[in-house]
Design a protein around this ligand. Structure first.
Ligand SMILES: [Zn+2]
Ligand SMILES: [Zn+2]
Length: 387
């Protein structure tokens, strides 16, 4: 007994000495290495969680951009006044149509087709969607797609161009009037854009963006009312270009700001994006953002909201007309599994189960997409989500 108790005593001393000595210095070394890398602005090899958000980082404001955006919004407000009190009603309807078309160019084209490859489309569809995207005036498709892919890959960290941890204003418009964080610059260079570079339509728009912007975003929307129903150039310019353009910009920006801040997280409570029916309404179907960040390849970008999503209806219509195919969805069991394991319990069907589960961390299953509406009728198949 004496010997055994002596042995026990020796073991416990060893344990007491070993426990604090082994894991803690190891973590500290890693942390030190991460902080040193960040200080050197070397973000190579750093994971999103390691980049995080440095709240002490001081943003440098680009004053010409800030004044430009302020002026743009003031002129847009004047445009609203012109629209309400001076324009012919046909011009107002036209401004609405252009706003809707340019919005679809962003959601159906830039977002779901080009950024996420959520479906495939023949040349004619891609051409029309690029024209509609040009109408929206949100920079060329190449830059739009790169920023958006980076936003998904480094969501809500310093490497995300519109990191929502920096607040509503920054993620809405502030990021466009600030110098880029060094992490955004470093990680932006690592985004795979080979598919965009291989598409001559995309590169043509990039190359000639200023001319195309002048023709499709400014002149075309302004001249149609002037030539077709004798509206004055002045009224048409302020309604169909200035007000319409700023309205669509703000509707798009709400996806980056409000849909990352105010709402519930039925699919993944560990991420910042939320479900927002308000943003879904104003952005023609892009507000179901917790689902979208959980399953970015899904052409519906929503589960429940997909029934009322105009963008999804448009893609379904294109598929029906033979103008889109190989639509990627998410297998039902995968949505259930994710909602139960990582949701915040607010899912109307799987929520109760999720509330009862202990925290189990992120789902590490391989992302699987189910292809529907293939060119071969009746074929449904499973592929890796990025394929
Ligand atoms: Zn987002
Ligand atoms: Zn997206």
């Amino acid at each position: 007994m004496k010997g055994e108790s002596g042995k026990f005593k020796i073991m416990s001393i060893l344990e007491v000495q070993q426990v604090p000595l082994s894991p803690v210095p190891c973590l500290t070394e890693k942390q030190k290495e991460i902080e040193e890398k960040k200080a050197r602005k070397d973000y190579s090899g750093l994971l999103p969680a390691e980049i995080g958000t440095d709240y002490s980082f001081k943003r440098e404001i680009v004053w010409t951009n800030a004044m430009g955006f302020l002026l743009l919004h003031l002129v847009a407000l004047y445009g609203l006044w012109v629209m309400v009190f001076h324009c012919m009603w046909l011009t107002d309807i036209w401004a609405g149509i252009v706003a809707f078309g340019s919005g679809l160019g962003v959601t159906t084209g830039a977002h779901r087709l080009f950024s996420h490859k959520a479906y495939k489309a023949p040349f004619i569809t891609r051409l029309v969607l690029i024209l509609f995207h040009t109408l929206a005036g949100q920079n060329c498709l190449y830059i739009w797609v790169r920023d958006h892919r980076q936003h998904h890959k480094y969501s809500d960290t310093d490497a995300d161009p519109h990191n929502a941890n920096r607040g509503f204003f920054f993620s809405h418009v502030g990021w466009l009037m600030s110098r880029k964080h060094p992490a955004v610059i470093a990680k932006g260079k690592t985004i795979d854009m080979s598919d965009m570079e291989a598409d001559w339509l995309v590169m043509f728009q990039k190359e000639h963006y200023k001319v195309l912007y002048t023709i499709f975003a400014i002149l075309l929307p302004t001249l149609v009312p002037v030539l077709c129903w004798q509206e004055s150039f002045y009224n048409s310019f302020f309604a169909a270009y200035m007000f319409r353009n700023v309205l669509v910009l703000n509707m798009t920006w709400l996806v980056n700001s409000a849909a990352h801040l105010y709402g519930n997280k039925p699919f993944d409570k560990y991420m910042k994006p939320v479900e927002s029916s308000f943003v879904a309404f104003v952005s023609v179907g892009e507000g179901w953002h917790n689902y979208h960040h959980a399953f970015p390849w899904d052409y519906r970008a929503a589960e429940f909201g997909s029934k009322y999503s105009i963008t999804t209806m448009v893609i379904d219509f294109l598929a029906w007309a033979g103008l889109a195919y190989d639509l990627k969805t998410t297998p039902y069991h995968m949505v259930q599994k994710r909602a139960e394991r990582t949701g915040d319990g607010s899912h109307p069907i799987y929520g109760e189960h999720a509330k009862k589960l202990e925290t189990v961390g992120k789902l590490d299953d391989k992302d699987i997409a189910e292809i529907i509406k293939s060119k071969e009728p009746g074929v449904r198949r499973l592929v890796t989500a990025q394929g």
